[in-house]
Design a protein around this ligand. Structure first.
Ligand code: PRX
Length: 704
């Protein structure tokens, strides 16, 4: 460790002072109907019952062959769940509901244009569509069990259909968030070695029909540069028969699904019986290094975990109308729009567009019209709806029994608006903490049994035993008022299996830090390091402070600083780049880039724009920096490391900490004057930051 680092206080030593919030009790009416209302369930999932307690979740599924071993720990930390079992995820989410409820809506899709009619897709119809697309993948594309297929699809029913069609064949799907750029999609195609890309010509966003197919051309090009040739691009049309993109179809490579489909109409494909530990999908996420991590999720363990948590934490009953307003391009959508709710045979609502289009009453009109009774969204959306339409919910006659928040910390005052105004005081709220890697929830209250506390996610969920460690691996006591690194002591069925193609990185990122014995086959020696800072109150509830690695959480989306920086240095004038978070009222965090120019290059607005554009091209619009600051030099340690916490402090108008150990302390004042002067002129001076936000900024960039 460099000398200058030793002077810094470690995460775990920081005492956090904030007011503990009051408890809110779940409504009596909710408790009366809840799936988990008997406290005995907490004992059933007690540590003494681990791992057998998860039989409860596995038994929510239909197995072709029942499993013989709950948890195999013979090759840590590559855990295997429900070994010996065979099942098919598509069968579990579709076919098995046909007997009881063939004509009940599985998916209700709400297009963004309000004049376009809602589509209800029954389980029977979903079965047909899934089979037909599976037949097309098999017959037209020659995909086989174990192949990977990449989707770059927006929020349209074709996305869950494609996912379930792959699952039917045992083909591993990899959906790239539709808002990501073509280049980002291409990198993920190459990493997963997909030969097939499934996309759409366009989709509606904020009232516009966005040209999406153009990204497919960039994606194929980028994949080729990285050594992977895409053989076929399947293009769904948002309006079948009418092409919405300016990008030409490449003969022999690009095909309209609506033109190929007639050959497969009415075809059925038997679901392939897959081993429980066969991969179901890959979902890419950001981490410390520039390359996104392909999180590989299993079939049996994952599906059991999302079904179980959907039942007990989302309180989904088959007769509910459940709306998770996330994008299926993120893990939340995979687990809690598609796999969990459909495994339980409920009605899952999907919405194509922006929640505030055409106005901030839209979500509540959807809820009223469809009779939604469970609602699930992220703090960034709640903040936006609160700002733009604080009184809108009261105008609509809908009633939620249950609401969820996910993806980032929620401010207690925002939580209270959610509870009082959106939930009309009638709904139980769960604040669910988890990650792409985890498959399903890790921290949350059981909605009928554990009271809510604004700003805290709650204790570990059933069968999850979290712990907070300091940097040395000592346990940080609950109620000590100290923060540390939150870890999960035990494996669980939803945990990802590995990083696609990079098992060493899987071990080093998540297990190395707190592993007690590399040779041990006992799971107790392998705590999972979540890369989040947290503290635990005396009541056992966790408050998540944010990432301890170099990840910036923008509107609930993980962006790696290294990814942002690698994109910035692709601009030829740029010598060095550093990305830092700025606290943002709406999105939680926004990105600011600091760049140093190559010798002889003069600073200009043009260069700043080039950097912003490059980030948009390489990653996507959501990563576009709020500001790009050209600086003469970056503040650096004597070992040459950029001190991101110093520039993060400048961007946020907070204390930059000790700069005496820098190799070039004199640059700090210059940068501060320039940046803070500009920001003041632009009216970008933040309100005073909360203690928690100040800490995050102070800690930023310490992970290397
Ligand atoms: O820092 C935590 C934050 O989001 C990160 C995971 O992001 P991602 O993999 O994109 O998954 C998001 C949806 C599961 C975490 O490491 N985070 C997630 N949920 C919460 C949260 N922070 C505070 N409270 C939450 N409920």
């Amino acid at each position: 460790m460099a000398l200058e680092d030793e002077a810094q206080v470690s995460e775990a030593q920081i005492a956090v002072h904030w007011r503990e919030e009051e408890y809110y009790q779940p409504p009596t009416k909710f408790i009366g109907q809840a799936n988990a209302s008997d406290p005995e369930i907490l004992e059933r999932f007690g540590e003494d019952r681990f791992p057998e307690c998860f039989k409860d979740y596995a038994d929510l599924l239909t197995w072709d062959h029942y499993w013989h071993t709950t948890l195999d720990t013979s090759n840590p930390p590559f855990w295997k769940w429900f070994v010996g079992g065979r099942l098919n995820a598509s069968y579990n989410c579709v076919d098995r509901h046909l007997k009881r409820d063939p004509n009940k809506a599985a998916l209700v899709w709400v297009p963004e244009p309000e004049e376009e009619l809602t589509q209800a897709i029954t389980y029977r119809e979903l079965y047909q569509r899934v089979n037909e697309f599976a037949a097309l993948l098999q017959g037209f594309c020659g995909t086989e069990t174990g192949d990977r297929v990449t989707f770059h699809l927006p929020m349209v029913p074709e996305l869950p259909v494609a996912m379930l069609a792959c699952a039917r064949l045992g083909v591993v799907h990899s959906q790239v968030f539709g808002g990501f750029s073509g280049a980002a999609c291409g990198g993920r195609i190459a990493d997963s070695q997909s030969r097939i890309l499934v996309t759409m010509d366009g989709y509606y966003r904020n009232g516009e029909l966005v040209d999406h197919k153009v990204k497919a051309d960039e994606a194929v090009e980028r994949a080729r540069e990285e050594g992977v040739e895409v053989e076929k691009v399947l293009v769904w049309r948002r309006h079948p028969g009418q092409y919405a993109s300016k990008s030409p179809m490449v003969p022999g490579r690009d095909f309209f699904v609506d033109e190929v489909m007639p050959d497969y109409r009415g075809k059925l494909v038997d679901p392939v019986s897959m081993p429980a530990e066969a991969p179901l999908f890959i979902m890419y996420s950001s981490g410390t290094t520039g390359r996104p991590k392909g999180c590989q999720h299993s079939t049996g363990g994952y599906l059991a975990y999302v079904a179980g948590t959907s039942k007990y934490y989302q309180d989904i009953h088959p007769e509910d109308t459940y709306w998770c307003a996330a994008d299926i391009g993120w893990i939340t959508g995979h687990s809690y729009i598609v796999y969990g709710p459909l495994a339980l045979g409920t009605t899952s609502v999907m919405y194509e567009g922006v929640p505030t289009y055409p106005d901030a009453g839209r979500p509540w009109r959807i809820a009223e019209r469809l009779g939604v009774n469970i609602f699930h969204t992220a703090p960034t959306t709640i903040r936006m709806l609160r700002k733009l339409g604080p009184d809108e919910p009261a105008k609509y006659d809908y009633h939620f029994k249950h609401m969820t928040t996910v993806g980032e910390p929620i401010e207690p005052e925002v939580w209270r608006w959610y509870y009082d105004v959106v939930g009309k005081g009638e709904a139980a709220i769960v604040d669910t903490w988890w990650q792409t890697e985890n498959g399903g929830f890790l921290g949350s209250t059981l909605p009928a049994l554990q009271p809510m506390k604004p700003g805290s996610c709650g204790p570990g969920v059933l069968g999850i035993y979290p712990v907070i460690y300091d940097e040395e691996g000592n346990e940080v006591e609950a109620g000590s008022g100290k923060a540390g690194n939150i870890c999960i002591r035990n494996p669980w069925p939803g945990i990802f299996q590995t990083i696609w193609g990079d098992p060493d990185r899987f071990v080093s990122t998540y297990y190395e830090k707190y592993c007690r014995d590399r040779d041990s086959k006992d799971w107790h020696d392998w705590p999972y390091f979540a890369n989040d800072g947290a503290m635990q109150a005396a009541d056992g509830y966790f408050r998540i402070l944010g990432r301890v690695d170099d990840v910036i959480n923008v509107a609930g989306h993980r962006l790696g600083t290294k990814e942002l920086e690698s994109a910035a240095v692709m601009v030829e004038e740029i010598a060095e780049a550093a990305a830092v978070p700025v606290v943002d009222e709406m999105r939680g965090r926004a990105v600011e880039m600091y760049v140093a120019l190559k010798p002889g290059v003069a600073p200009s607005k043009e260069v700043e724009d080039k950097v912003a554009r490059m980030i948009e091209t390489e990653i996507g619009k959501i990563a576009r920096p709020k500001n790009v600051w050209i600086v003469p030099d970056m503040p650096k340690t004597r070992s040459g490391k950029i001190m991101r916490r110093v520039i993060a402090g400048i961007s946020n108008f907070t204390d930059v900490g000790d700069t005496s150990t820098l190799a070039n302390p004199e640059v700090v004042e210059d940068i501060r004057e320039h940046v803070q002067g500009e920001k003041t002129a632009r009216g970008e001076v933040p309100k005073e930051l909360s203690a928690k936000d100040q800490e995050e900024i102070r800690q930023f960039g310490q992970a290397e």
